[in-house]
Design a protein around this ligand. Sequence first.
Ligand code: F6R
Length: 260
Amino acid sequence: MEVIVLPSASHVGELAADIIAKLVRDKPTAVLGLATGSSPLGIYAALATLVSTGELDLSATAAFALDEYVGIAADHPQSYLSVIRDEVVEPLGMDPAKVRVPDGRADDLVAACARYEDGIRAAGGIDIQILGVGTNGHIGFNEPTSSFASRTRVKTLTQKTIDDNARFFDSADEVPIHCLTQGLGTIMDARQVILVAQGSGKAAAIAAIVEGPVSSMWPGSILQHHPHATIIVDEAAASELTLVDYYKHTYDNKKVVATT
Ligand code: F6R
């Protein structure tokens, strides 16, 4: 696990976008894993800049969103179908036919989850998964006590997540109770993972998933077992990390090792 601590939220988005851009330049048909919520917005903004200046072409990439609310109307502005279209696919010039979101409106949700897993497999797996983290340590909507082996499935949101996400709705009562989410096993199959977090509200979760024991009580801690996971945080989100000076020292000296 590589931990990179940067001075501000905008640095976080720009570095994560640079890593993704490099991957896509090497593999224009890369399969991206997309997170929603506030955390990745800086990444999408930085990628949109690269696309608009002609430095990056994402039109041949495919993508799979992490999650979707159950029962939310497709045209609801907070459905992840709408969010992915408005914040990712259109500004980044991606092909909508190649971008999928779990179908939270399916009559048979279990079958929809199985189809989603099949789709990821058929696309050759996810090359780079973008993640945020919940204040309770969830990744995707894998809430505390999620199985490390889990695949895409129905989950019940915790009250903490409902309260955290109420800011996107008129009230907490409007936040759906259930979601479909890629499982922790699905996320761990991605060949590379970038998790971003900004702000002091994420500090406890970052400390737990980076330096705590691997525990389903902090689901993101499973990333300690991922062979290629990069955690990129601003100073505020890093404020409870015990080894913060070591992470900074390591990153400052990374180029020295890479070039010798
Ligand atoms: C979103 C997702 C969630 C969020 C997390 C943080 O697709 O899967 O894990 O990344 O809830 O949300 P924000 O970024 O809004 O703080």
